[in-house]
Every structure is written in C-alpha cells, then in structure tokens.
Ligand binder design. Structure first.
Ligand code: PGA
Length: 234
C-alpha cells in the first residue's frame, strides 16, 4: 500500500488550532484518520496567543491560525480557507434587517468581547480603533460558545467567526447584522516554523487539508444561508 511505502503506517500527529478552526479541524482529522488508520492524532484548541506560544515551544507538529506574517517570526504558511468575522445578534434584535449599519450605531449596543490573547478580539478592536471608536464592552468571555449563549440570553452583541455558527449552531436564535466594515475577511493558514522539517505525517496532513478548501467553503456558504433564513426580515 502507498501509505506503507511512504512511512505513514504508524505514528503520531499533533495539530494545534485557534478556536474558530475547532469547528472544522475535527472533520479534516476524521477523514485523515480513515485514510491513515495507524496514526494517532491529537488536537489542541486555544486562542491565538496560546497557539503561537505552543508553536514556539514545538508542542505540536502543525498549526492553524490567521495572519501568520504578523507574528515577527519566520514561518511557512499555506493558505487553507476563508475565516470571515461577522457581527452576531439575537434573531429578534431591533437592528435586524437594517443595511450597512454604521459602527457609530454599533457602539451604542452592549458588546461582548473575547479575552486578551484572542485573534478575534484583536481584529475587532483594530477595526473600531481605525475609525476612532471603541465598542461598548459589557462583558469579556473566553469562549465562542459562551458568547453565543450570552447573546441568546440578551446580554449583548458580539463578533464571531462565521465558522462558529456551523452545524446549526444557534440556528433560529442568532443572526448576523449587516454592519459597515463587516465581514472582516480573514483566512486560516496551515503554519509551522521555517527551517523545521515537517514529518511525513505532517506533510501528508497538510496536503490532505489543503484539498478540503472547497468543502470548507461549502460549509461556510451553508452557514451563511442558514443565518440569513433565521433573520425574520430576510
Ligand atoms: P482566537 O482566534 O481564538 O484567538 O480568537 C480565532 C480567529 O482568529 O479566528
């Protein structure tokens, strides 16, 4: 078998990903394990700062995160898929159905922000400060899931990756607002430190994952369509 020839019969593969990638990485890993059943895989999910720290400590074989050029380190980065950030509100929010809502209007809303170290937090605060604005932060939460629950509980609006609403996550109860400057277009990259040889397994995973871009895009499109349906005025 080809897998045996390539030395992929047995071994270990450790993947470290930012929180938004946890909504898709298990599917890629699952398919990978079917192709290479002798390989033990582990998945570590954390925020951007922690994942970069893990990379510096060589704790995993490969990483998924965004903006690899901004970390001041030589890395090899391979584009994987889009990772758009959207403004999420409860489906009955008064701003639902309004077009191109100005950021000045958004800062009047109670805002839920991710914890320091989060890439989402950085991206959203950067966008607001570019306009000389600050979101009206009423709560900081260290998890996208907790944020979804907080929005449903009426505690405010927030920024999430479109990926975090896949598989009916929040369908019918959450929707996306049409806000100026959003979606913030970002991407996931497969990253490892430059000059550090990838194992055969890690190389096989990288090639395997890159082939899944169309699937990831299709999942995003489904999530986008489901969210639009959940907004009463759509
Ligand atoms: P975070 O990263 O978990 O650090 O917020 C997610 C992302 O940047 O998409």
């Amino acid at each position: 078998r080809l897998a045996d020839l390539k030395g992929l019969k047995r071994g270990r593969f450790r993947l470290g990903v930012i929180t938004t990638a946890k909504y898709f990485a298990p599917e890629i890993l699952g398919a990978f394990c079917e192709t290479y059943p002798g390989i033990d895989v582990s998945l570590k999910v954390s925020n951007r700062d922690r994942i970069i720290e893990r990379m510096l400590n060589h704790e995993d074989d490969l990483y998924i995160f965004g903006e690899p050029d901004s970390i001041g380190l030589s890395v090899e980065a391979t584009y994987l898929a889009p990772n758009p950030l959207i403004i999420v509100a409860r489906a009955d929010h008064p701003l639902v159905g309004e077009k191109n809502i100005p950021l000045e209007r958004i800062i009047q809303e109670r805002f839920i922000l991710r914890e320091p170290g989060s890439g989402i937090r950085d991206a959203v605060t950067r966008l607001f400060s570019k306009h000389g604005l600050k979101p009206n932060v009423r709560m900081e939460l260290g998890s996208n899931e907790a944020i979804k629950h907080a929005i449903i509980a009426g505690l405010g609006i927030s920024t999430l990756s479109l990926h975090s609403l896949n598989l009916d996550g929040g369908a019918g109860r959450l929707t996306m607002l049409d806000v100026e400057g959003f979606p913030i277009q970002r991407a996931w990259y497969l990253v490892h430190p430059k000059g550090r040889d990838l194992s055969l397994i890690a190389r096989a995973f990288l090639a395997f994952a890159v082939e899944r871009e169309a699937e990831i895009q299709a999942s995003l499109d489904r999530t986008d369509a489901a969210l639009r349906l959940s907004s009463p005025s759509a």
